[in-house]
Design a protein around this ligand. Sequence first.
Ligand code: GLU
Ligand code: MG
Length: 466
Amino acid sequence: MASRPAEQRVEARQLAAHLDAEGVRNIAVTWIDNAGIARVKAVPTARIGNAAERGIGMSPVFDVFTSDDAITESPHLGGPDGDLRLFPVLDRVTALAAQPGWAWAPADRYDQLGTPHPACQRDFARRMAARAAAAGIGLRMGFETEWVVARTPEGGGPHPTDPHTPLDYPCAGPAYGMTRIVELSDYLRDITEALTVQGIEVLQLHPEYSPGQFEVSTAAADPVRAADDVVLVRETLRAVSARHGLRASFAPSVVAGQVGNGCHLHLSLHRDGHSLHRTPDAALGLAPDAAAFLGGILAALPALLAIGCPSPASYLRLQPSQWAGVYQCWGVENREAALRLITGAPDDPDGGNAEIKTFDAAANPYLAVGAVIAAGLHGIETGTPLPDPVSGDPGALGVRERSRRGIVRLPATLTDATDHLEKSAALRDAMGEVLHGAVLAVRRAEEAQFAGSEADEIAAATRWRW
Ligand code: GLU
Ligand code: MG
């Protein structure tokens, strides 16, 4: 449907009038490419009806853009030909608190005849959520956002992508320390305020481990909405930072050798409104389908890393004993396990969930949620068992003890993860050849771009890309 039904036209007209009255002049329509970059086309508010009816033109070549704006090609995509239509998702149009006069909407991508573009990541996420629903599984998901904040250099100082330029942090003080909240009190208040008025429920805000590092976690939602939300959260943090003369880095490794930024993905499973994490007759409360779903995710993690940890910079972050989950194991409340089971408070029937610690914010969140659901459903279909849980830090064990317990290190390079994704028939089937091929092409191109680069060069080159 290249042109949308009449109700949508009416809805768009009413929306334009409402936004115009609120002083919104432009709507930024974003999609996330396979390298995790938010790309955008903006339309004046008065054009939202036209955009909702006919879409906004864009080249399909963006599916093979790399994070440094180089262009590669896949067997299906690349080159200057062709056109796609971006349709703003009207029920997600949000006036932006830290960008007065602007609103934002995520986009669905179609071809000119009105068929969903086979490489549309948002459509992939939606298809996988629908597949889960058809299997009777409801899903709630939520991303945690970690970022490092630094001062924007003044007066033409050394450029912050120079690996030798130390970052100028606007706050000092200990990890998780109140000092940082005192020093950045206005900034952090503005973040909560902006997110809240934009309809994002903030659950928690805290300073993290590395200098200038913070985290915000927001409420769980259905998978597609959760991916939309994390895009909006990130752009809001970026905009609030700019208004305070600051810059936000969501890069996996901001400074090589330091604890990086994760973007942990929480998920919980439900059937008929009941949590599958709280059945009274199962060990740990996990219903058999929930155990098999998590078993499927765990088994697929080496391939999922090429989705959730998509940059060469991701592998600078993925170090043992930094709470980034680099071993292919799960554990109850174990922050060193790639998959952490959270049981929730005894009096909270919906508190149970699982957290994939390994993922970072270079990941396209739509690909991440879609691929995780595909892996979980594959686990149910094949009855994948959940192995024994692991407690303690696998990184603190000797090689021999890890191997005795069957604890394996996840891929330590993008090349290794991409090889796993290439071989994964389940993910290839779920994504379709066009999307799977485009992701592989981008990963291979980024491997080649950074082959032979030092860690500090990779961190500096990618520091401000996401
Ligand atoms: N910053 C850590 C990471 O790279 C995570 C710390 C935490 O568990 O919050 O994932
Ligand atoms: Mg954290």
